[in-house]
Design a protein around this ligand. Structure first.
Ligand code: ZN
Length: 505
């Protein structure tokens, strides 16, 4: 059998694994949208079964034997040297994933899963009742297990490297220290400057906005973005998300606030951006890493590209404010500039998910610094609330009144995720970095937005990001898309500085 035939056999096994993962995604989607309450116990059993089947398939002898024929799993040396560069890249990614999955012993994976499923429940009670004490013993064990996980996965410089690598392959603590360090100092200066100015009037963003009209608005914007409703849906869930069942079925949910319309629009652009990425992956490679998103940070760059770089731009609203006014006549007297300033209000706040573009990074930097200190043992879990509040004061001059709106606000740590938060800010940095390439390709993009033309954006992103799957590393991909500019945080910083300086005029 030649290399290509062996490769195709590997893809066939990969398809089965991805099909199982698609089933899990569908069960999860149903759980968050339409499942009756009574189904919840059975659903966790179903999800657990599928997850263990997928893990078994991922780490099976059948799979590793097939992979071993094409690449040496131990050393990474390619055996199938006659394959195309894409397929060689796929083999390297397959090997990396296989090693990750097998480095953690089954007993470790099982006890981690048991701990986090309890911890998530305890966390939700602790958050509701503002009781950090309840959650603390679980978080202590989660930190300890993450220290162990880092050891098992292995790293060169810092245990954090092993944990972030799972979500953002190749990224290290050292690189993040540099990126976040630059961000911190520039954004501090910018924030200070913005806060000396009078805050814009945002009163008209609140009012009565009908459920049905908001839902129609969601469908309208998704359609404008080029989201294909034959390959997706829009539904309601308490926490908005997007999920992929197959490259031909990627779904989006939103949350409707009857008193405010902007959150739905932001959510739809954000989740729609995630879904377009998944729908833009090359379906002909389904089952292989060539049909997988490259990293969480790049995924987030796609959502933030649409949500902030497009959806919070003046040109976009020059195009779409008339439509908004038609739907919600109470806005008919609002002028474009006033609207643009209102939706870009900068205001330090306690909750990450409600933060504006300028203060958002501080919420992530704070969590990153705390995670590193916990992993290094420099910070004890019992001192976490104090450390959190001190950083909140330092970065945003705020102190949470309760831990529920402080260190208990996010679900991630209860899920066992340490090393995840930086991908949110990396997403913003990547989006701005990529935008440099987009602007070069379409110097007149603002004119197009003002004419309600968005289709070209999807095409550009598809061509430069989506279709490549895991062909390139995250950094190689975004540097290529930007037109070979080395990655740094400077594109994001200059974008925000320019945006807010020109708003003053
Ligand atoms: Zn996102």
């Amino acid at each position: 059998m030649n290399s290509l035939e062996e490769y195709e056999r590997l893809v066939k096994i990969g398809k089965e694994i991805h099909t199982l993962k698609g089933v899990a995604a569908l069960l999860g989607w149903d759980q968050e949208t339409y499942m009756p309450e009574g189904g919840s116990l059975a659903r966790s059993e179903q999800l657990e079964l599928i997850a263990s089947l997928a893990h078994k398939a991922d780490t099976s002898k059948r799979f590793s034997n097939q992979l071993q024929k094409l690449i040496d799993i131990e050393s990474g040396k390619l055996k199938a040297t006659d394959l195309s560069p894409e397929k060689k890249a796929a083999l390297r990614e397959w090997r990396k994933h296989y090693n990750e999955e097998t480095k953690l012993p089954n007993s470790f994976v099982k006890s981690f899963a048991k701990l986090t499923s309890e911890a998530m429940h305890v966390w939700s009670v602790a958050k509701r009742t503002n009781s950090f004490q309840k959650f603390a013993p679980y978080l202590e064990r989660i930190v300890a297990m993450n220290q162990k996980k880092a050891q098992l996965l292995g790293y060169k410089e810092h245990p954090y490297d092993a944990l972030i690598d799972v979500h953002e392959p190749g990224m290290t603590k050292k690189q993040i220290d540099k990126l976040f360090g630059d961000l911190k100092s520039s954004l501090k200066t910018l924030l200070k400057k913005i806060l000396t100015k009078k805050a814009p009037d945002t009163s008209f963003l609140k009012g009565e906005f009908s459920h049905d009209e908001q839902m129609k608005m969601g469908i309208y914007f998704l359609t404008q973005m080029g989201y294909d409703f034959k390959k997706g849906r829009l539904d309601i869930s308490s926490h908005p998300f997007s999920t992929t069942i197959h490259p031909s079925d990627s779904r989006v949910t939103t949350r409707l606030d009857p008193k405010a319309f902007m959150s739905n629009i932001s959510v739809v652009l954000h989740e729609g951006g995630h879904a377009l990425y998944e729908l833009g992956l090359p379906a002909e490679h389904f089952g292989s890493p060539l049909c997988e998103a490259v990293s969480l940070g790049v995924h987030e760059s796609q959502s933030r590209f649409w949500e902030t770089r497009i959806g919070q731009s003046r040109a976009f609203w020059e195009g779409y404010l008339p439509h908004l006014k038609k739907t919600f006549p109470q806005l008919s007297k609002v002028l474009l500039d006033k609207f643009y300033k209102a939706i870009n209000l900068v205001e330090p706040s306690l909750i990450r998910v409600d933060a504006d573009e300028v203060t958002y990074s501080f919420h992530v930097i704070l969590r990153f610094e705390i995670e590193c200190a916990l992993l290094e043992g420099k910070l004890k879990v019992r001192d976490l609330p104090e450390a959190w509040n001190a950083k909140m004061q330092e970065y945003l001059a705020l102190t949470p009144k309760t831990n529920s709106e402080g260190c208990l606000q996010d679900v991630h740590w209860s899920m066992g995720e340490i090393g995840y938060f930086p991908t949110y800010t990396l997403g913003n940095l990547y989006a701005s970095h990529i935008f440099q390439g987009f602007e070069k390709a379409y110097p007149d993009y603002e004119k197009r937005l003002a004419k309600q033309d968005l289709a070209f954006i999807r095409e550009w992103l598809r061509e430069n990001i989506h279709r490549h799957g895991k062909r390139y590393s995250a950094l190689d991909l975004i540097e290529k898309a930007s037109g070979s500019i080395p990655f740094s945080s400077s594109a994001f910083i200059s974008y925000l500085t320019l945006k807010y300086t020109s708003m003053e005029e």
